[in-house]
Design a protein around this ligand. Structure first.
Ligand code: G3P
Ligand code: CA
Length: 359
């Protein structure tokens, strides 16, 4: 009986050990679900325009997204596609083909609002006609340090017809210069005022090498799978604070694996409320949406406000990283603690039963 009691105590101690061990094993938790306005609010206004950013912020976006392209004269402009054709109208010599082959003066002759009115008549507005492609500097000047930005460096490939030139050559440097000029470097590092994302690891590694304090997010194309993304997390964790997978690649295992490495998970691109709810249930830390108004409604009272969203996300990340044990096991999102505690409990019961039988 004494031996049984001793073993039961040992099992109890094991449970306590498991509890305290799990508490020390860092995991990203406690941050808000951030509402990222994809290209502003691309479902309601012409993407990547000031009108789209204003509306996204009015509708509850915590972050506004900028896809970066560089003009042939080295100016960063905000445009998703490599080519101007889909979203712009205007003189063909200026408004068709790769934006990287046009000067800023040419790009500024293009209308980036009319395509939206043509394509989405239900949300068309007269004032969208004639809107211009903004430069990144114009965006920073307008919103200053009062808004959170989610900036994407796009393409490290040479533009067609210009194989010797790296289209993104200088993009990272110019982005950092503008962040510095507009007082966004420190708020980015401390409060995640600016998150920098890219599908191209080399681009993020370049920025990390220049300034390791900046928060970076590794994007994964929709050609990846949850498994291939998980296999890359260790590498991404070397320079990034988060990952941006396609929404269809997200499951509990991926979120768990990312969180054990203190990586936030911000999937793209959400349109429908049931998908938003599903991803929130899976534990994501934010998401890109064409409809920040819908996500705001889904989050309800739990929605962060734009000011605190970055600050709280940065705090959660730092808390995780400061407690991170280097050899956190990848359990694929399966929480170890309940299993360990249950095992200890069962062991205790077995031992007690055996002891009672003998007594
Ligand atoms: O950056 C996240 C999301 O925007 C990625 O998709 O193609 O819209 O840039 P894309
Ligand atoms: Ca993007």
């Amino acid at each position: 009986m004494h031996l049984t009691k001793a073993l039961a105590v040992l099992a109890g101690l094991l449970a306590v050990f498991c509890v305290s061990g799990a508490a020390q094993a860092a995991e990203l938790e406690g941050g808000p679900v951030v509402n990222v306005g994809h290209r502003g609010t691309a479902g309601l206004a012409p993407e990547h325009t000031i009108a789209s950013y204003d509306l996204a912020l009015e509708n509850g976006a915590d972050y506004i997204e900028q896809d970066l392209r560089m003009t042939s004269d080295g100016v960063l402009v905000v445009l998703h596609d490599e080519d101007l054709d889909r979203t712009t109208r205007g003189p063909a010599e200026n408004c068709t083909g790769p934006v990287g082959e046009k000067t800023l003066e040419q790009v500024k002759t293009c209308d980036v609002g009319s395509f939206f009115n043509e394509r989405y008549p239900e949300n068309a507005r007269d004032e969208y006609e004639g809107l211009k492609i903004p430069t990144l500097e114009e965006v920073f000047r307008r919103y200053g340090t009062g808004t959170n930005y989610y900036v994407e460096t796009r393409s490290s490939e040479a533009p067609p017809g210009n194989p010797g030139v790296d289209a993104s050559s200088g993009m990272e440097e110019e982005l950092l210069r503008l962040m510095d000029e507009y007082g966004l470097g420190e708020p980015a590092a401390g409060s995640w005022r600016v998150l920098i994302q890219s599908f191209v690891p080399a681009s993020l590694e370049e920025i990390h090498a220049k300034d390791p304090t900046l928060p970076l997010v590794q994007l994964y194309s929709d050609e990846e799978t949850g498994g291939t993304i998980r296999a890359d997390l260790e590498s991404a964790g070397g320079y990034a604070v988060g990952i941006g997978p396609s929404m269809d690649d997200v499951d509990r295992g991926l979120v768990g694996s990312a969180h054990t490495r203190c990586l936030a998970v911000h999937p793209y691109t959400l349109l429908e409320e049931p998908d938003m709810r599903r991803l929130i249930d899976l534990g994501v830390d934010g998401m890109f949406t064409d409809f920040p108004n819908r996500l705001e409604g889904v989050l309800g009272e739990g929605a962060a406000d734009g000011n605190s969203a970055g600050i709280e996300s940065a705090e959660a990340s730092r808390a995780c990283l400061s407690g991170a044990a280097p050899e956190v096991p990848d359990t694929g999102g399966i929480p170890l603690l309940p299993y360990a505690a249950l095992g200890a409990l069962l062991l205790s019961l077995c031992l007690l039963t055996a002891g009672l039988r003998r007594a």
